[in-house]
Design a protein around this ligand. Structure first.
Ligand code: ZN
Length: 307
């Protein structure tokens, strides 16, 4: 009886143990399968998210390149509008009955600062065709000329006719030296110039190639630099010393002959500079307005034909 009971208990224990084993194995199998599914689910949701991010990125890239192309278009439109605006401003200037372009050659000099004061005081601007050796002596004055709204153009580095007009190589070595110096100094390349002696000077014929002007003028124009001569003159470089009163009389006698006057003056002449504080208000009271030269202006009589 006892033996039977023990056997039954033993079998029961074995059965319970076996059942526990089966359950454990079953649970293990289920866990593995679940964890696989979870992994699979996790993996697939991760790759979905990855795909979504990649697709978002692609969209962003597309939008970026579209924006860049739109920006390029806008930049082109802006440049075209700017050029139209310049045309309109030039047209307005030419429609106004009387415009004066005061131009000062050969400086800067010790007198130029007081000339700039006079321009500022009268709220007008002028154009300076500078000489390189003087630019080196008065760099701050050149910077001030430009900073205060005046135009700064190329005249010559040396202004020595025998050197610059001996041949084209000399001419362009001198010209480009000043162009580069002004570009460095002002941060923009000059777009206007005045040939020493004017574009039709005959003095150049004595120093080498007699046709040098007809050779250098088109080359300078091809550099997108416009040359200006003059159609009025203050008489300050005729050899005889002009008093300020004579300078004023000279200008007043010349400017009524054209709607737009490009007046040749020299800011290395003391009496010329001293004439300006009286001359400018007088011209203003006569209805003249003042402007600076730019490469888009076409002024009758202000571009001679090279000889
Ligand atoms: Zn000169």
């Amino acid at each position: 009886m006892k033996k039977n009971l023990f056997s039954a208990a033993f079998i029961g224990v074995i059965a319970i143990f076996a059942a526990l084993c089966v359950l454990t194995v079953f649970e293990l199998v289920q866990n593995v399968s679940l964890s696989r599914r979870v992994d699979q689910m996790g993996g697939s949701s991760q790759s979905e998210e990855y795909r979504k991010i990649q697709s978002d990125l692609n969209h962003e890239k597309e939008a970026n390149s579209q924006l860049q192309s739109q920006m390029g278009d806008l930049q082109k439109k802006y440049e075209s509008l700017q050029s139209q605006l310049q045309d309109i401003q030039n047209m307005k200037l030419s429609q106004k009955s009387k415009v004066i372009y005061l131009t000062f050659d050969d400086g800067p000099s010790e007198y130029t600062a007081s000339l700039l004061d006079a321009l500022k005081q009268n709220q007008v601007n002028a154009t300076f065709f500078v000489v390189g050796t003087n630019v080196d002596k008065f760099p701050d004055i050149v910077k001030r000329e430009y900073a205060e709204g005046n135009a700064v153009g190329i005249h010559s580095w040396t202004h020595e006719y025998p050197y610059i007009y001996a041949n084209q190589a000399n001419f362009f070595a001198d010209f480009n030296k000043l162009k580069d110096r002004l570009t460095d100094m002002l941060g923009v390349q000059p777009t206007i110039c005045r040939f020493p002696g004017g574009s039709n000077n005959t003095v150049s014929m004595h120093y080498g190639d007699p046709h040098i002007m007809s050779q250098v003028v088109p080359q300078v124009t091809a550099m997108d630099i416009k040359y200006f001569d003059w159609n009025a003159y203050d008489g300050d470089a005729d050899g005889k010393p002009e008093t300020s009163a004579q300078v004023i009389a000279h200008v007043l006698a010349q400017v009524p002959h054209q709607k737009q006057s490009v007046v040749l003056c020299h800011d290395i002449k003391k009496t010329t500079v001293e004439a300006m504080p009286a001359l400018i208000p007088q011209l203003k009271s006569m209805g003249y307005t003042f402007a600076v030269l730019n490469k888009d202006l076409n002024i009758p009589g202000a571009q001679f034909k090279p000889s």
